[in-house]
Design a protein around this ligand. Structure first.
Ligand code: MG
Ligand code: ZN
Length: 362
């Protein structure tokens, strides 16, 4: 009997110890080593609902269990633009529309990529606009106006963005000041490639500026194909060479452009392309286990609604209320270590602070 008691006692001790060890492990696992941040520019709920209706493939948005909402207003306007809308993600401050990585008083503040470089982590952007367009620019540049794309390109020389893939070669090689930034970047250790020929080339380089179009990229309807998925996978492969982890921002830039044009088919093709990129990223993150995936938008574009279609009631009609952006909240989807941080309703600035907390950035 005594023997049975002591066996039970030691079994209980072992169970408690095992449970607490497991708890510590789970607690530690809540911080990601890698972050893939996907921004669907202009991607509100109506865009997702509409574009993903009657879709034969896998709806990537339905693979997320943690969902939140972000309030998108800027410092000077209830309806933000993409400059202010991405500046909040990179520096955590609401600013005026058109700003790139600077606060409302035009002061520069250290951005996520700069903080990550201090910790020797890798950083990158992959987009379907020029790499110097407002959304990606906010992650590595600090300028007072989004229109200064030649000035924005120069910020890549600072070395805080290891990988940049997208359009915009003219801002590097056909500049008003006559400089060739591709050569200057190469002198700083970057592999540079300006090449309008698809598909995306397999390039091994931890520092890479790869421009595939003169300005913005082709649309999906014009045959952009799997560019965004291939470019994202190329970036991930190269960023993974840094053992300290990385942050990659991938933008479905033209979801917004379809919205501005009030062209639902344009938007739908861009969003479905973005959906496939999210699927690929989630597959990668599932395999990796240390990757946090966050998908959101900077704002909604077009004031889109899906209304009754009297001719065919099983479908919908699209109704745009604006050629610009709207002030409605946008969804935030999160997967992986630290994902729970992103549930709830919060100001867009909080996304920056959540990344800082999870990546131990000061
Ligand atoms: Mg954008
Ligand atoms: Zn826009």
């Amino acid at each position: 009997m005594n023997r049975l008691k002591s066996i039970l006692f030691f079994t209980a001790i072992a169970a408690v110890t095992f449970a607490s060890l497991n708890f510590k492990k789970a607690d530690k696992a809540k911080k990601p080593k890698k972050v893939i941040f996907l921004i669907g520019d202009g991607m509100g709920l109506a865009q997702i609902s509409g574009a993903m209706s009657f879709y034969d493939g896998v709806n990537a948005f339905e693979r997320f269990k943690v969902i939140g909402f972000s309030k998108t207003s800027s410092d000077d306007n209830y309806v933000t633009d993409s400059g202010a809308g991405a500046t909040v993600f990179s520096i955590g401050k609401k600013t005026y529309n058109g700003a790139i990585g600077v606060a409302a008083d035009s002061s520069s503040h250290e951005n996520l990529f700069e903080k990550l470089k201090k910790k020797n982590c890798a950083t990158g952007v992959v987009v379907t606009s020029s790499v110097t367009h407002a959304t990606p620019a906010c992650f590595y540049a600090h300028v007072s106006s989004r229109k200064s794309e030649e000035d924005i390109a120069e910020f890549l020389l600072k070395g805080n963005c290891d990988i940049a893939i997208g359009g915009g070669m003219k801002f590097f090689t056909s500049r008003k000041d006559g400089r060739n930034l591709n050569n200057e970047l190469a002198a700083k250790g970057y592999t540079t490639l300006s090449d309008t020929i698809n598909p995306v080339k397999e390039i091994e380089a931890q520092k890479l500026v790869y421009t595939l179009s003169w300005d913005g990229m082709k649309t999906m309807q014009q045959g952009r194909g799997n560019y965004l998925k291939n470019a994202s996978q190329l970036a991930i492969k190269n960023l993974n060479k840094n053992d300290n982890g990385y942050m990659l921002m991938i933008e479905g830039s033209q979801i917004d452009w379809g919205g501005h044009a009030n062209d639902f088919e344009y938007m739908k093709a861009e969003l479905r392309d973005f959906n496939e990129v999210i699927n690929a990223v989630l597959d990668e993150a599932q395999k990796d286990g240390n990757t946090l995936v966050v998908v959101t938008a900077d704002h909604e574009t077009g004031g889109l609604s899906l209304i009754e279609n009297k001719e065919n009631k099983k479908t919908f009609k699209v109704n745009y209320s604006s050629g610009g952006h709207s002030g409605i909240m946008v969804p935030v989807f999160a997967y992986g270590p630290g994902a729970e941080e992103f549930s709830g309703i919060y100001q867009n600035t909080e996304i920056f602070y959540k990344f800082c907390k999870l990546l131990d950035l000061k």
